[in-house]
Design a protein around this ligand. Structure first.
Ligand code: AGP
Length: 609
């Protein structure tokens, strides 16, 4: 988490830095700061608690100008959100530094620096880095050498950018475990956590690799690898038009992104001329890998983990493949027993999630047949480090709550199931049925969006509640989990999901008239069992909200409110029902007045462990 942007230019850069921060706010938004070097080599600093808008206000009230600068938007790890803990951190009124990541040995380093007389003003792990850097600079080292000495002492993850009044044209960056990219301009160069931060000034980028250190001046870019050797890194052009970062007619990005789903799903479903799922969609060499797959291990976090849980039902039922799904932060630290020829599948909207990336990196060579990532961001770390890649076509997702990224991941996973299933007895007819269902999916989702007003009506019943239960059976259980995650994430209502059959084994004790119970009840072969579970709730005074196929035989009655969902093929129901639950959470959150797109304590891209 945390977003970094930096510039070395011949023109004034404060507005470029602020625009970069606005675009990086998805990475954290509890405080923000900016440091500039002016023409007289003064180090000018604004730091504010709150969103980037607060920093903009500070800059309007007291404008600072300079051609060299660094800026940061923070998601607190060490030290509460406050102006003092906000970055940039400074040392000796000379050097300023921004950091994304966590320094694990900060306590030892802090003690050492305090012995040398350095005084700490913040509670962050970052402040040790800037004092260390200062301690090397005052020994007479240049900025690059001082930075090299500094990072050699750090344990943990970092992307860094620094400026120094004694080197007014230079910005030095370094990365280990957190992303950092160089934006290549004409007579100006930049650093950022994500190319998106710099799309207003360039379309040419150089991705730094692990252990790289870079010196960026208006005229030059120099890069050294971990061994200190000068290296050249590939420059790539990102041609896509910058996606509109405005909300258009929508009140929130989340709502815009929910409504974009028919288009995003259609774009993700890329078929060949014969309307089949081509192996090549998963990258060069996919066919040879798929021929050998005997098991699948899925690893992801949060919403992407829920996508993996849905896929397990598809892979086992349709492709006959044993499939395990695990959250990345657990997978990493567990001694595992792997089937032979297991395909490791990671799922990530951002492609930068630290736990998922670490799980991929920790997977011992030989443990897995190959790695495949399903990601939404091209050139992200997971994309660059996986053997095979499927890019979802959700488009930029700005709302912290994942919506179109999730449903497009599900499309990708069903396509993967078809590609693998064809080799394991999935008939051509069945594969064609599945593809047909996917092709009609945008239509079913559109019909669900048309229920928006009805869902908004239902949402009123949740506003005064503190808890909610979500129930599903079979493949709808992970959809209930996703519905609960959405509700807690943006409305701050405590929500839990259970497989409906588990209710009587404990959670039923919670059910009373203060506990709304949402049931995802599409009307599959588990319907009769689900109906009895729902009766258990109703007879305890619970209020039920049933999302059911309009042909499933549910009718509204006292304490049971039914939302009639479009009738659609079983296989796409998890995707279609998700959309209704997204709208439910959205409307609850709006009525509660929370910050829907930037819920408290969260960030869009979780780049720390
Ligand atoms: C979901 O709404 C969240 N924003 C979160 O759970 C997210 O899915 C998780 O952090 C994983 O992110 P990724 O898909 O970018 O890896």
């Amino acid at each position: 988490m945390c977003g970094i942007v930096a510039a070395a230019a011949r023109r004034e850069v404060s507005e470029i830095l602020l625009e970069g921060l606005r675009r990086l706010e998805y990475r954290g938004y509890d405080s923000a700061g900016l440091a500039l070097l002016d023409n007289e080599r003064n180090l000018l600093l604004h730091k504010q608690l709150g969103k980037v808008a607060e920093l903009e206000r500070a800059q309007q009230l007291e404008p600072y100008y300079g051609c060299t600068g660094i800026a940061h938007t923070r998601w607190a790890t060490h030290g509460e959100p406050s102006a003092v803990n906000a970055h940039p951190h400074t040392s000796g009124a000379r050097v300023a530094l921004v950091h994304n990541g966590i320094i694990e040995n900060h306590q030892q380093l802090r003690a050492r620096l305090q012995e040398q007389g350095y005084q700490f003003v913040s509670a962050t792990d970052t402040e040790v880095i800037v004092h260390l850097l200062h301690s090397h600079l005052i020994q007479g080292l240049g900025l690059v050498d001082a930075m090299r000495e500094t990072v050699s002492l750090l344990e943990g993850a970092y992307a860094l950018a620094v400026i120094d009044v004694e080197h007014p044209d230079e910005v030095v960056g370094a990365r280990q475990g957190s992303p950092l990219v160089i934006g290549v301009g004409i007579g100006e160069n930049f650093l950022a956590s994500d190319p998106m931060a710099l799309r207003q000034v360039t379309d040419r980028f150089i991705y730094l690799e692990e252990g790289d250190l870079a010196l960026v001046t208006p005229a030059d870019i120099s890069i050294w690898n971990e061994a200190g050797e000068r290296v050249r890194r590939e420059k790539i052009r990102i041609d896509e038009a910058v996606e509109s970062a405005d909300k258009g007619a929508f009140d929130h990005y989340m709502l815009k992104e929910i409504y974009e789903q028919p288009r995003a799903l259609a774009a993700t479903l890329a078929l060949d001329a014969r309307h089949r799922v081509a192996d090549e969609l998963f990258g060069e060499g996919a066919a040879a890998v798929f021929d050998k797959v005997q098991a699948v291990q899925i690893v992801a976090c949060g919403t992407s983990f829920h996508a993996g849980m849905v896929a397990r039902y598809w892979l086992e039922e349709l492709a006959g493949l044993p499939c395990q799904v695990e959250v990345a932060s657990e997978f990493r630290y567990r001694k595992r027993v792997q089937h032979d020829n297991t395909l490791l599948v990671t799922i990530s909207q951002s492609g930068e999630t630290a736990d998922t990336l670490a799980a991929l990196r920790d997977a011992a060579p030989g443990d897995f047949l190959a790695s495949l990532v399903i990601a939404n961001v091209d050139n992200s770390s997971l994309v660059r480090e996986s053997d095979l890649v499927f890019l979802t076509r959700a488009g930029v997702e700005i709302g912290v709550a994942s919506t179109k990224a999730f449903t497009t991941q599900l499309v990708a996973l069903l396509m993967l199931t078809i590609a693998l299933g064809r080799r394991r007895g999935l008939s051509e007819d069945r594969a064609t049925d599945l593809v047909n269902a996917l092709q009609r999916l945008p239509e079913y989702v559109q019909e669900t969006l048309e229920l928006d007003r009805d869902i908004e009506d239902l949402s009123e019943a949740f506003i005064a509640k503190h808890h909610a239960l979500f129930l599903g059976r079979g493949i709808q259980y992970p959809i209930a989990m996703e519905g609960a995650l959405k509700l807690k994430e943006i409305s701050y209502i405590h929500a839990e999901a259970y497989p409906a059959g588990e209710l009587k084994h404990g959670p039923l004790a919670l059910v009373d008239n203060n506990m709304p119970v949402v049931a995802v009840a599409p009307g599959d072969d588990l319907l009769e069992k689900l109906k009895s579970n729902l009766e258990e709730v109703r007879s305890r005074g619970g209020e039920l909200f049933v999302f059911a196929d309009r042909q499933a035989g549910f009718a509204s009655e006292p304490r049971v409110r039914v939302l009639n969902m479009p009738h659609c093929p079983e296989v796409v129901k998890p995707i279609v029902y998700t959309v209704a639950l997204q709208l439910l959470s959205y409307h609850v959150a709006v009525q509660k007045g929370t910050d829907v797109d930037k819920p408290r304590n969260l960030a869009k891209s979780v780049t720390v462990e």
